[in-house]
Design a protein around this ligand. Structure first.
Ligand code: NAD
Length: 453
């Protein structure tokens, strides 16, 4: 038996351990999931929804305990950890109703034929998830897969196995045997799971892993949904409310220590307002409290581990060596804690302008025109979120329509209203989920047709 020990990134202390799943056992785990699937499907949506609601509401009711585990295992401030745990059950009934509507059979008739379009489960779904929202990310994949009648094998990140296990256990305690199972480990277990006899892989994580999964899934033409990284831009137009724009930039660059797929990684500000916007952001940055997430008032906790810390600091150091200017932060980092940092004078040749940073760094570029802002913001192979701040709503909306990301926010974050898809464009997403069309990606569409009588 080999153990995976999980460490608190704020203190270095062990938080707990799980048993690593030997890769050789994965085919048997998949076989159990396959055997359990027909009965789970046969229960029907209403009975499945009842069990899933009960399990998720019970998890939410433990938000204080589970939120603390999130903070201890990956570092985010306790209030955010508790908020994440609470979100597991919040709105779950509405979410399940939306799935039921999306997957209900549809009758389509023409002059000659009567067809019924069904959305059947695919079978066994592997959910492979990252560490940055260690309970919410599993929930985002696992819940729609189960509601559609699939059985699921969750492979949580090796950085947050305890959170993954706690979430899955909440389901395992309520659902029939083997409807949900967990595989623990790192890329070896992930690769074996992808290559095993699963029907679908729902993945959230880095672009590099996504590419690897797509290649391995291609042999069996398995269905995949890949939600990957980003390099989200923010544009600040001349008539924007600069206070609000700076507040948003500070929040969305530093929350979860910048370890958010839709965090603001590049800021393009029109030259006429660049100085004032920068002053405001610098001021807010200096007032951001960095501390162990369990401490009162902590706004930014540690990076998840030393590798992520080193990656972020290397990008900052390289940018500074290439001429970027440190306008706030940039020093006082200690252990896994990085002080929120504002950089100016960013140029396209710097890695920090092109590659995902995933750290608490705000990169400001002053631009001469709106055209330049749009062109530079879109000049990336990624395309997850984008944000535009402007005073004239109609005009700002026209700028937003020219952004090539999948989700664009106007004077707010990129994520859409309930019922809209969570979707990445270009190399940030391959398939998507949430919304009617997203829920259907966990199913096989079938059409049964007879002559009209
Ligand atoms: P990662 O790709 O390193 O790991 C994600 C998961 O994949 C882990 O469970 C890991 O063990 C597993 N894995 C690694 N190699 C594998 C392989 N070859 N085959 C199968 N599984 C494998 O990502 P991470 O560091 O855990 O997470 C951070 C990344 O996730 C960032 O790029 C971030 O932008 C992205 N992310 C995207 C979204 C989104 O909605 N688009 C949401 C959250 C995070």
């Amino acid at each position: 038996m080999t153990l995976l020990i999980s460490y608190n990134p704020a203190t270095g202390d062990p938080v707990g351990e799980v048993e690593i799943t030997p890769s050789s056992e994965i085919p048997d785990i998949v076989a159990l999931a396959r055997a359990a699937q027909p009965a789970w499907q046969a229960l029907g949506h209403e009975a499945r929804a009842e069990l899933l609601t009960r399990a998720h509401e019970a998890l939410s009711a433990r938000a204080d305990e589970l939120g603390r585990l999130i903070t201890e295992e990956m570092g985010k401030p306790l209030a955010d950890g508790i908020g994440e745990a609470r979100s597991l059950g919040a709105g779950v009934r509405e979410h399940l109703n939306e799935i039921a509507e999306a997957l209900a059979p549809e009758v389509v008739e023409d002059g000659r034929l009567h067809s019924v379009v069904y959305h059947d489960p695919l079978g066994v779904c592997a959910a492979i998830t990252p560490w940055n929202f260690p309970m919410a990310m599993p929930q985002w994949m696992v819940l729609p897969a189960l509601a559609a009648g699939n059985t699921v094998i969750l492979k949580p990140s090796e950085e947050t196995p305890l959170c993954g296990q706690a979430y899955a256990q909440g389901l395992i305690d309520v659902l029939p045997s083997n409807v949900v199972q967990v595989v623990h480990g790192a890329d070896d277990q992930g690769k074996t799971l992808v290559e095993s006899d699963v029907d679908m892989i729902a993945f959230t994580g880095s672009r590099e892993t996504g590419r690897h999964i797509l290649r391995s899934a291609s042999g069996g033409l398995k269905r995949v949904i890949l939600e990957m990284g980003g390099k989200d831009p923010m544009i600040v137009l001349e008539d924007a409310d600069l206070e609000e724009a700076a507040k948003f930039a500070a929040w969305n660059s530093y929350r979860n220590a910048g370890q958010v797929c839709v965090s603001t990684e590049r800021i393009f500000v029109l030259a006429g307002v660049a100085e004032r916007f920068t002053e405001l952001l610098v001021e807010m940055t200096k007032n951001t409290r960095v501390a162990n997430g369990l401490e009162d008032g902590a706004q930014v906790g540690p990076m998840v581990n030393a590798t992520q810390r080193d990656h972020v600091l290397a990008q900052v150091e390289e940018a500074v060596a290439q001429g970027a200017e440190v306008l706030a932060g940039g020093e006082g980092h200690h252990d896994n804690f990085i002080m929120p940092t504002v950089l100016g004078g960013i140029t396209e040749d710097m890695a920090i302008a092109r590659e995902e940073t995933f750290g608490p760094v705000a990169c400001i570029t002053s631009v001469a025109s709106e055209e330049e802002a749009i062109e530079r913001a879109n000049d990336t192979p990624f395309g997850l979120g984008a944000v535009v701040f402007g005073g004239d709503v109609e005009h700002t909306a026209r700028v937003a329509r020219r952004m090539t990301a999948g989700m664009i926010g106007i004077n707010r974050a990129a994520a859409g209203a309930e019922g809209t898809p969570w979707v990445g464009a270009r190399q940030s997403g391959y398939g998507f989920h949430r919304s009617r069309d997203g829920h259907r990606q966990f199913t096989q569409t079938r059409v049964v047709t007879r002559p009209r009588v």
